[in-house]
Design a protein. Structure first.
Length: 122
């Protein structure tokens, strides 16, 4: 998630932790289990994108994410990306034990953004 805060130059995305009380208000149809299973994003029109489709959606709104997001629009690529995302998501605890995040997370701190500070305060 930290990488998203750094790629979002225009603050077009607001990150909201699952533990935040407003999470249920923003997406009342999503269960806690569904939120733990994959990343989700809620578009301004209320549509909910999850997993690889979520990454494609937010990638289209970030200059450095645009090339990857455009690749995900090629027919068939999103299907493959969703399978890879599901595998990574299911095995994220094992992968974090194998590869860890100690040094990478220390190098790249979370970026504080005004739009998220307001959401957390509400």
């Amino acid at each position: 998630m930290r990488i998203i805060t750094w790629l979002d130059w225009f603050n077009s995305v607001s990150l909201l932790p699952i533990s935040h009380p407003r999470a249920a208000e923003v997406a009342p149809t999503l269960t806690r289990a569904a939120l733990l299973e994959a990343i989700h994003c809620v578009a301004k029109d209320g549509r909910i994108h999850r997993g690889a489709r979520c990454l494609r959606f937010i990638g289209m709104r970030m200059p450095l994410g645009l090339p990857a997001a455009l690749v995900l629009w090629i027919p068939g690529v999103i299907w493959i990306a969703e399978r890879i995302y599901m595998w990574l998501s299911r095995n994220r605890h094992l992968l974090s034990r194998l590869f860890g995040c100690k040094e990478a997370c220390a190098i790249m701190p979370a970026r504080r953004r005004a739009n998220e500070e307001q959401a957390r305060a509400e």
